[in-house]
Write a protein that binds this ligand. Sequence first.
Ligand SMILES: *Cc1c(COP(=O)(O)O)cnc(C)c1O
Length: 394
Amino acid sequence: MNWIEIEKKDYMQVFERLPITLIKGRGMYVRDDKGKRYLDFVAGIAVVSLGHCHPVLVKAINQQSHLLLHTSNLFYTTPQLKLAEVLIKNSDMQRVFLANSGAEAVEGVVKLARRWGHLKLNGAYEVISANNSFHGRTLAMVAATGQPKFQHPYEPMPTGFINVPYNDINAIKEATTDKTCAVLLEPIQGEGGVNIPHPDYLKQAREWCDKKNLLLLLDEVQTGVGRCGTLFAYKQSGIIPDAVALAKGLAGGIPIGAVLATEKASVFAKGEHGTTFGGNALSCAASCAVLNYIIKNDLPSHSSNIGDLMIDGLKKLQMEFPCITDVRGKGLLMAMQFEQDIAKDVALACLDMGLLVNNLKPNLLRFIPPLIVQPKDIDKALSILQKALRKVTG
Ligand SMILES: *Cc1c(COP(=O)(O)O)cnc(C)c1O
């Protein structure tokens, strides 16, 4: 079967895919339909947190699939409430709502903020978010996403979102009016290019929100669940947000999203929000297994240490290849930026040599391996990357 031809014929042409068809995976590796093996530094876009088909996750899915898959939220189910307990116990939040994706989770925190505005701020409804952010693909989240390329195809945008420069507290202050109800930020911008703000940025945003009685909403869909060296990235800035959106790595590859909020910000009343699939038994059992494994094995610390190791290696490559203009990251969310638009060529050369990396932008590669990545995997990835860079630049 020529799956690439079938995709071209049958599937909506919205994705820029690399030319391989993946069939199976185990740990750090995936295999394509021709039997070729690849070391995976994409991890399903920071989703496959325990690597591919981790026995702990497979077992949890298997057991739950024999027991109960879905009941709706018209009833109580145990995996959902077990997951709620783990999330509450390990965050500074007091309440959970479970959804199915990142966009839904972020939209959930925005809906909380709209309720907050209605109840506490005379109907204020505007949410300030950042340029180069990414919050998902629903129409409202596209409006929150401060990138014209996502917005232009669907204009006019839903109202109530103000995009301001990232990492600039004064921009947030200047955009605040009596219509503002919340500030929505990623602790590090993921899709926007692994943009790391000043260490005080979130603290300044927290102080401003406190002063104006606004909610501080954090989109930790990409940065959360251990990826950046702590279970939640916000832990590194010494603040507590009012609400947090999680998804991606939360269930290791099974779709899920989570809205977490403090008691103060948990202002939904009965019937004001809901979902059919969100919080279903299968995804919650998967998420419990993943989250408990991450916590028990302290994968956030591992992520921090091994991320430092990889950054060191990337910096060595930067000394060898002057076309690399920047190397940056926190934990296992890392990027390499080039002077020219060679990221796709480098990614294709890596692919050829059995390494998956993400050419996030024409001039930028992103590295987001599973949290279980070991030093030997880093060595191998760096060595392939070096060969690929020699090939493309030489
Ligand atoms: C991926 C991502 C989303 C959207 O998640 P989906 O599951 O694709 O809807 C939202 N916010 C951030 C920060 C993300 O990285």
